[in-house]
Design a protein around this ligand. Sequence first.
Ligand SMILES: C[S@@+](CC[C@H](N)C(=O)[O-])C[C@H]1O[C@@H](n2cnc3c(N)ncnc32)[C@H](O)[C@@H]1O
Length: 324
Amino acid sequence: MMANLNVKRQVNVNNNDEFLKDILTGFSERQKRLPCKYFYDERGSHLFDEICKTEEYYHTRTELKILDDALPTIAGMIGPNADILEFGSGAGIKIRKLIDALETPRSYCPIDISEEILLHSSRKLKKHYPELLIHPIVADYLSPIDLHDTFATESEHRKLVFFPGSTISNFDLPEAIHFLKHIRSLLTAGDVLLIGVDLLKPEPILLAAYNDRTGVTAAFNRNILDRIAATYQTNLEPGLFCHRAIYNAEKHRIEMHLVSTCEQTVEVEGESFHFRKLESIHTENSYKFSLEGFRMMGMNAGFDQTAVFTDEESLFSVHYLTAH
Ligand SMILES: C[S@@+](CC[C@H](N)C(=O)[O-])C[C@H]1O[C@@H](n2cnc3c(N)ncnc32)[C@H](O)[C@@H]1O
């Protein structure tokens, strides 16, 4: 089944000591916080896929529609034999559209922290595209990843980094520029970054998207606490926290929080943390951009905006950025 699939794992990825360190540090801050990468274990990835199907979550269906419309043009611009790298590949739905549109893509290197979904989607892809070289890497893309033999900078083929889903929105702005610069360092002039970016829009649309009626976003948010409760010695009761998503208009971002429904003391591996009633743990940011704002960010990181594609309502955008 895994024939021809050479899976690499970053040293220390999904390491429980690092998770514990991040919990203890995050719970000690004045605004308690947890890094959003910990949403994504097998269950979290499954819940994220469910979010993508909700009526309110416009991102996925809009980006898919933009890709459907723009991919013939994009494929013509990229040309044949591309080597593709995708950060946060998840269920691998969007990459199929890209592979189908491109002329004889040569290789595909999906990177994700969520091992089960990465392996599952890579196996399915290999079955569907037996000729494509697939190099899955289980890794935290916030730490250095060895791309030797998978997405080598010295390759003579056109390189394409695919980063859909507006995952870039989860980075604070300086880190987003830093990450774009890191992507630029993997490319040579003329190579391409194809990136999905969520746009500024009226607040009610945003609030609805992160507070869906079925409650799946709430379950996704709380999954981070479920993980803590399942992994460590703790009295943490995820049911004593509720989901809250707000729009921070000053910072142009949705913030997800888990709010303590009562005054409580949570112990994790022998360390105690006091929560006031209604005190929150900040779990995720999702920044919203203007087209011009994101173009400037790309410029700062070493990319020219060759083309940008949006939907009729300007909800979402896909940027074709060329390394300069
Ligand atoms: C918002 S989802 C987007 C999924 C998919 N790209 C899409 O467009 O629907 C973020 C993806 O990035 C992965 N991810 C989040 N943080 C990560 C990290 N630090 N390192 C590697 N993968 C990460 C998650 O497992 C998830 O698959």
